[in-house]
Design a protein around this ligand. Structure first.
Ligand code: FAD
Length: 241
C-alpha cells in the first residue's frame, strides 16, 4: 500500500534528464496513481532526516491514466526545494506526492472551443500537458501556444513543441536574447505582440496563461485590453515576480 494517510502517495524516481542548464524532467513511478487531467498539479513533500518537511506544488507534464508522472522543475538559485529536485534527487530516491490537484486550470479533450496557451518560462509545463492531451485525443479544437523565454537556451521541451506544430503550433518570444537571424529584438511581450501572436477576441478562445506571477498578470491584463473577456482567461501563477 503506497498511498499514505492524508492522501499522500510515495513516488520513486525512475527517469530524469536535463531540459536546460537549470531545469530537468523527473519521472516518478507512483503505485496506486490513477491518472490526471492536463493542467493539474501535485504537491511534492520532502522530509529531512531531522523530520523537517517542505512542500511545493508542481504541474504535471504527463497526462492520462497510468502509474507514472512526469514533472519539470526549474532550479531557483536561492530556492529551498527546486535545487534539490534538479541537482540532488537520484534514481530510486523517494518523495511524497499528493494529487492530482486543481480542476479549473484544466483542458479536457471534449472541449471544442479554440484554445490560446501563453507560457512564461517553466509555465509551459501544464500547457505542454494540454498539447499532449490535444494530440493524443486527435482533438480538432484549434490550439496554439505563445511561449516567452529569456534566451533560446531556456526552452523546455523544444523538440517536442516543434513536433506538435502541425496540430498545436508554438510562437516563440525571447525577452533577453534572440537566436541568430531572428527578425526582431529581444524584449518583454508588448500589447502589439499579444495582438499579432494570439488568437483574436472574435474567435472567443479559451485562454490559459501560466508562468511567474508578474508575467501572468501582465499578459492577462493585456489580453483583456485587446477585448478578450476575463471569463475566458484561466491563469496559474508559479510565484516570484
Ligand atoms: C500550481 C503550481 C504549479 C507549479 N509548477 C511548477 C513547475 O511545473 N515547475 C517549476 O519549476 N515550478 C513550478 N511551480 C513553482 C514551485 O512550486 C516553487 O515555487 C519553485 O520550485 C520554487 O521553490 P523553491 O523551494 O526552490 O524556492 P523557495 O525557497 O520557495 O523560494 C526562493 C525564492 O524564490 C522566489 N520564488 C518562488 N517561486 C518562484 C518562481 N516560480 N519564480 C521566481 N521566483 C520564485 C521566492 O519568493 C523566494 O524569494 C509551481 C507553483 C504552483 C503554485
Amino acid at each position: 500500500m503506497t498511498r499514505t494517510a492524508m492522501g499522500w502517495f510515495t513516488g520513486s524516481l525512475v527517469n530524469a534528464h536535463p531540459l536546460t542548464e537549470s531545469a530537468r524532467s523527473i519521472t516518478f513511478a507512483v503505485p496506486g496513481w490513477t491518472g490526471n487531467a492536463a493542467g493539474q498539479h501535485v504537491d511534492v513533500r520532502l522530509t529531512a532526516p531531522d523530520g523537517y518537511q517542505a512542500v511545493r506544488s508542481y504541474s504535471i507534464a504527463s497526462v492520462g491514466a497510468g502509474e507514472e508522472i512526469e514533472l519539470a522543475i526549474d532550479r531557483l538559485p536561492d530556492g529551498e526545494v527546486s535545487p534539490f529536485l534538479v541537482d540532488d534527487l537520484e534514481l530510486g530516491d523517494r518523495v511524497e506526492l499528493r494529487g492530482p490537484l486543481g480542476g479549473w486550470f484544466v483542458w479536457r479533450p471534449d472541449q471544442c472551443k479554440p484554445v490560446q496557451l501563453v507560457a512564461g518560462g517553466s509555465g509551459v509545463v501544464p500547457l505542454l500537458a494540454m498539447m499532449r492531451a490535444h494530440t493524443d485525443s486527435g482533438s480538432l479544437a484549434p490550439m496554439r501556444l505563445l511561449y516567452s523565454i529569456r534566451t533560446p537556451d531556456d526552452a523546455f521541451f523544444r523538440d517536442e513543441l516543434l513536433r506538435h506544430s502541425s496540430t498545436s503550433p508554438t510562437t516563440w518570444h525571447y525577452s533577453r536574447a534572440v537566436p541568430p537571424g531572428w527578425s526582431r529584438a529581444a524584449g518583454r511581450l508588448t500589447a502589439e505582440d499579444l495582438r499579432v501572436e494570439t488568437l483574436p477576441p472574435e474567435q472567443v478562445p479559451l485562454i490559459y496563461i501560466c508562468g511567474p506571477t508578474g508575467f501572468v498578470e501582465a499578459v492577462s491584463s493585456g489580453l483583456v485590453e485587446l477585448g478578450h473577456s476575463a471569463e475566458n482567461i484561466r491563469t496559474e501563477r508559479f510565484g516570484g515576480n
